[in-house]
Ligand binder design. Structure first.
Ligand code: ASP
Length: 590
């Protein structure tokens, strides 16, 4: 039996070449080989000798050509020569092929090239628009080649893990109907049905639930998801998720399946398998880290100071919640830096930020702060004890409503202690028991935190009508180094619970029927208990690739403004195209 494609050593031999540039080494000395690639560099040595560095996706090899050659950077060549050891003193230890060179080369120009818009070199900084306009040149850079190949390796590991765990790959439509997941969707006007439109799916959520009703049992897909939202370093209009759904399962089953897949991917990408993925409830994550996506690579946990200031005479601390963080060695932060932190806390919604420099002295540590004089000795000692802060540290305190105090300190924690997301180690985390609802809409109805098909926590079902804000859900997120990598939930499969959730959300029966009647209709024909998840592949790969922007692991991304400098998309519609679609442009409402 032949080995599968991926495990066969990639000799790279084709009709045009015998070897790959970057793979040549001392073992090949004496062989006459042909390599193909792009001219990375060219140097003349008088009239008798030319040196060419030829590059393909595996690396660069030096070719020595007798006489002169009429080639320039990025010309496409086939070079035939003999592998020989480099003469003493010319070995290049920085190059994997640096022990050898191709001697006595014959050069065939396969295609000339115009001078490239920028040098194909990882060390050269190039403006992003220029890179994206000539992405095909940008992708020749070793770093970009490595990123795309790493991505393929991650996909391979994920696919193998899903197959091994009994999941079936099914493709679902891109031309689809709205999905109630909160993001703005892209609309595709229909030519055959003027005035009507498809919607590009923000995820295959409803399709995969229908596949469960259809008895697929375990589904997955590398799903392209489309969301018309503002772009950021970790967000593009289109992105890829490993989307999955399973029947007759509970939360623990899904978490186990997903953990196995992402840990396999981590191992494939980095060579090391991270340990088991710990779990925090949403409430704990907020309380300890001030965020639902804590970065566990560093401590700086939020300290509870409510008991210390329970009877305080300092009005600013007489709040439902008083919490603090310790910035190790932070006492040296300048006054102007502390003012910036205070402004930042206020911008995040806090009334203020109290800071305390911990000083050392004969009588033990003390506090230096504009507000220290308002605190009793007992409170000052209590603050030091509760936070564990020592001389040289800085303590930041916020007193406010619980959620606000936590999120403000959480943001400061990340800003002061955080590191680039892609820096190891890789600390995965499950956050479970998210609230079912988050905030209220204009009409005072609670808003679904995940989506309206998320199962309430069984212990909180009775609160659905009386105290919806307190209802936890069976929704969970996967977090890696402070980035949300994906979300999922156990779904509502029973009509009675679904009806109660719609009522809480203020979705009338006829509205539910018109928006997702096809799903509710299907549920009448035997919906199994089911649950699922979706892992953001772009973010996962970016982190493993050491990149802080997902654009670096996507072949053809858009700029921050949603523009593709290479194709110039989006472009104005050609005359007549609007009419074909039954559309008429209106003046813009900016
Ligand atoms: N559809 C959800 C999302 O895209 C994932 C899920 O609940 O399975 O975030």
């Amino acid at each position: 039996m032949t080995a599968p494609e991926s495990s066969r050593p990639p000799s790279g031999a084709t009709a045009l070449r015998t070897h790959l540039c970057g793979t040549l080494g001392p073992d090949d000395v004496g062989a006459r080989v042909t390599v193909c690639g792009w001219v990375a560099k060219r140097r003349e040595h008088g009239e008798h000798l030319a040196f060419l560095d030829l590059r393909d996706h595996t690396g660069v090899v030096q070719c020595v050509v007798p006489g002169t050659v009429d080639v320039r950077s990025e010309y496409v060549l086939a070079v035939t020569g003999e592998v020989r050891r480099r003469p003493e003193g010319t070995v290049n230890p920085d190059l994997p092929t640096g022990d050898v060179e191709l001697g006595d080369c014959a050069v065939e120009v396969l295609n000339p090239a115009e001078p490239p818009p920028f040098v194909v070199d990882d060390r050269v900084e190039v403006d992003e628009v220029v890179r994206l306009r000539h992405r095909y040149v940008d992708l020749r850079r070793p770093r970009m080649q490595a990123n795309l190949r790493l991505r393929a390796g991650v996909n391979r590991a994920l696919r193998a893990a899903m197959d091994r765990q009994g999941f079936v790959e099914v493709e679902t439509p891109l031309l689809w109907a709205p999905t109630p997941e909160g993001a703005r969707e892209f609309t595709v006007p229909s030519r055959l049905h003027p005035g009507a439109a498809y919607v590009l799916p923000q995820s295959p959520q409803l399709a995969k639930q229908l596949l469960m009703v259809a008895g697929l049992d375990r589904y997955y897909q590398f799903a392209r998801c489309l969301r018309d939202e503002d772009l950021r370093a970790d967000r593009q209009f289109e992105f890829t998720q490993l989307d999955l759904e399973a029947s007759f399962v509970d939360q623990d089953d899904v978490l186990a399946v997903v953990a196995e897949a992402v840990l396999d991917a981590a191992e494939a990408a980095t060579g090391e398998r991270p340990g088991p993925v710990p779990r925090l409830t949403w409430a704990e994550a907020l309380d300890r880290y001030g965020t639902d996506k804590p970065d566990l690579r560093f401590g700086m946990e939020l300290c509870e100071l409510g008991a210390v200031f329970a009877r305080t005479g300092f009005r600013a601390f007489a709040a439902p919640c008083v919490k603090g963080i310790v910035v190790g060695e932070g006492a040296s932060l300048t006054r102007s830096r502390l003012d910036v932190l205070t402004e930042r806390a206020q911008a995040l919604g806090a009334k203020g930020l109290a800071w305390f420099r911990v000083t050392g002295g004969e009588g033990g540590p003390g506090l230096e702060s504009p507000v220290a004089k308002f605190l009793s000795d007992e409170e000052q000692t209590g603050l030091l004890q509760a936070t564990g802060a020592g001389p040289g540290d800085l303590v930041l305190v916020v007193a406010d409503e619980h959620r606000l105090a936590c999120t403000v300190l959480g943001a400061l924690r990340t800003e002061l202690g955080g590191r680039p997301v892609s820096e190891g180690p890789y600390r995965f985390l499950w956050v479970v028991d998210f609230p079912l609802f988050d905030g209220v809409d204009d009409q005072g109805h609670p808003v679904a935190a995940h989506h309206p098909f998320t199962m309430p926590h069984p212990d909180d079902l009775d609160l659905l009508e009386s105290d919806p804000a307190a209802v936890r859900s069976r929704a969970y997120d996967l977090v890696l180094n402070g980035w949300e990598l994906g979300s999922g939930s156990v779904r509502v499969h029973r009509a009675d619970i679904q009806r109660r959730i719609f009522t809480a959300l203020g979705i009338a029966e006829d509205e539910a029927a018109s928006r997702f009647g096809f799903l509710l209709g299907a549920f009448r024909y035997g919906a199994p208990p089911h649950a699922g998840f979706a892992v953001g592949i772009d973010r996962l790969v970016a982190i493993f690739a050491g990149e802080d922007s997902i654009r670096e692991v996507i072949a053809f991304p858009k700029t921050q403004s949603g523009w593709d400098p290479m194709t110039d998309a989006p472009k104005p519609l050609a005359p007549g195209a609007l009419a074909d679609l039954g559309l008429k442009p209106l003046p813009r409402r900016d």
